[in-house]
Design a protein around this ligand. Structure first.
Ligand code: XUL
Length: 519
């Protein structure tokens, strides 16, 4: 039997999937929800309360507790833990964990009599972890940009971005220099989780490392000038950046308490979007993916790094080789849910009836639904802006019109902000919770004028991680894995007659957005 475990430590929970590469099946899956299952960490929706809406931190011990809980549940439910031959994982991107010199010793000597959080607590040099939702580092972004200039975007794939780890590290150093000095190693969520499994500091995937504003995509190494301009001696606090197909270590004996075999290979973890690229079967250029999760993301494999002239898009590494483009929209599901609630409707209405009661183009009614500070386009002051008919802008529009407006505007924003990639995607794969929305999927197909394909597994990041474990530890071929796990189960054709309507609406949307968010 060839069983591989993929874990996905996302913003709101931890998921696990075991695949059997001989039977070509998913044999087990389980999930832990941070808010529901571990309320003692006070991270409802994965985030600690903070009076400043720009600050978004989480508790790294919560992620460790979730690992204990998930593996315990899997074992109790008789998942074939003892047959697992390799593990890999996926972590929410950009989030960082700050550890002191005790970390490595604690990991090496993890005791099976205690759970992970109490053993790890003394190793934290910073109690909380800034995550990708944080937008509090505009000042640090300016400072890093001033020090490095245009080379920052050309070489790291992104201009200085608030949620990226480099500006976050700089803020930590400026605010608490002593705690920074006591920090021996700074991990991403991905390499932190991999370190727990390995019982030692695990290296970092350079593809996920590209989300830090610190890695030079031309050398695939930390850039010494940029790291030093970010914070003193930062280079010495970063784990090595390596290729994601490498085995980063072997499973620590601690995890035998959950039925796993000590010593099985742990393949380097990567970010959730790179893992999703694999799990959606889009590792080769030509297919774009729209992932509709807490944030919405648009991404695609690219052979050579190419940067977004508007500075909203990013370049990360593709775990199957080469690079990937990525654009992140923070007000994804969150905005859809807010509009649904404001309209007093349920998801059935939102996903189905609302579109049937309205028509494509929606009389030109458009919406910029920034309920939290937005990433693409960058908007620090939240707020809902509407444009269109008097009833709509005056807030008296029917629920169906508002619902179509949020979905059409989000789809147009994705089309507008993905134009820099330059590829004409005729196939778009859609994943994540909202991919179940019939109405939204048809709107996406029509706005992009592309065939939309849904893949069977909504947990594409966990699946991608399991596939990466099979490839890295078991040498199972990518094509074989993609063929077995990523077949689209449903195809939605675009309505070709709507091409002109959406081409025109895109221009209206571009105009509206540029009035609200000047360049
Ligand atoms: C990508 C990004 C988000 C996180 C959330 O740049 O910030 O998609 O990875 O999971």
């Amino acid at each position: 039997m060839s069983l591989y475990l993929g874990l996905d430590s996302s913003t709101q929970g931890l998921k696990g999937i075991i695949i059997d590469t001989e039977k070509q099946k998913i044999v087990f899956s389980e999930a832990v929800n941070f808010g529901k299952d571990l309320p003692e960490f006070r991270c409802q929706e994965g985030v600690l309360d903070n009076p400043n809406p720009l600050v978004k931190h989480s508790d790294p011990l919560l992620w460790a507790a979730a690992l204990d809980l998930l593996l315990e549940r899997m074992n109790q439910k008789n998942a074939p833990m003892d047959k697992v031959e390799g593990i890999s994982g996926s972590g929410q991107q950009h989030g960082s964990v700050y550890l002191n010199h005790k970390f490595e010793g604690i990991l090496e000597n993890l005791s099976t009599n205690l759970k992970l959080p109490s053993q790890l607590a003394p190793a934290l040099s910073r109690k909380t972890s800034p995550i990708w939702m944080d937008s509090s580092t505009s000042q640090e972004c300016r400072e890093i940009s001033d020090a490095i200039g245009a080379r920052l975007q050309d070489d790291t794939g992104s201009p200085a971005i608030e949620r990226f780890t480099g500006p976050q590290i700089r803020k930590f150093w400026k605010e608490t220099p002593k705690a920074y000095e006591e920090t021996a190693v700074i991990h991403l969520v991905s390499s932190f989780m991999a370190s727990l499994l390995c019982g030692k500091n695990a290296p970092m995937d350079f593809g996920d490392g590209a989300g830090m504003n610190l890695l030079n995509l031309k050398t695939l190494k930390w850039d010494p000038e940029i790291t030093e301009a970010t914070a003193p001696q930062l280079l010495s606090k970063l784990p090595p950046a390596v290729s994601p197909d490498q085995v980063g270590g072997h499973l620590h004996r601690y995890f035998t308490r959950y039925g796993l075999k000590a010593g099985i290979p742990v393949v380097i973890w990567s970010g959730d979007n790179p893992n999703s690229l694999i799990g959606c079967g889009a590792a080769k250029p030509g297919i774009a993916v729209i992932s509709l999760g807490t944030s919405d993301t648009f991404f695609a494999a690219m052979s050579n790094p190419k940067v977004d002239p508007h500075g909203c898009g990013h370049v990360f590494g593709n775990p199957a080789g080469g690079f990937m483009s990525l654009i992140c929209f923070k007000n994804g599901s969150l905005a859809r849910e807010r509009i649904k609630d404001e309209c007093g409707k349920d998801w059935d209405y939102f996903n189905g009836k609302a579109c049937k009661k309205t028509s494509p183009g929606n009389d030109g009614n458009l919406m910029l639904p920034y309920f939290v500070p937005e990433i693409t386009p960058p908007v620090l002051k939240e707020g809902l802006r509407c444009r269109g008919t008097r009833e709509f802008t005056g807030g008296e529009a029917s629920a169906a019109v508002k619902i179509r407006a949020v979905m059409e505007s989000q789809a147009l924003s994705m089309r507008l902000h993905s134009q820099w990639i330059g590829d004409d995607f005729s196939v778009v794969r859609v994943t994540g919770g909202a991919s179940r929305s019939e109405g939204f999927c048809q709107i996406l197909a029509d706005v992009f004028q592309a065939r939309l394909e849904k893949i069977a597994i909504p947990d594409s990041a966990a699946l991608g991680a399991a596939m990466r474990a099979a490839n890295g530890a078991g040498k199972v071929d990518w094509d074989k894995l993609t063929e077995a796990y990523c077949k689209p189960e449903e195809k939605i054709k675009p309505n070709k007659r709507l091409k002109e309507l959406y081409d025109n609406l895109l221009e209206d949307y571009r105009q509206f957005e540029s009035e609200v968010v000047p360049d």
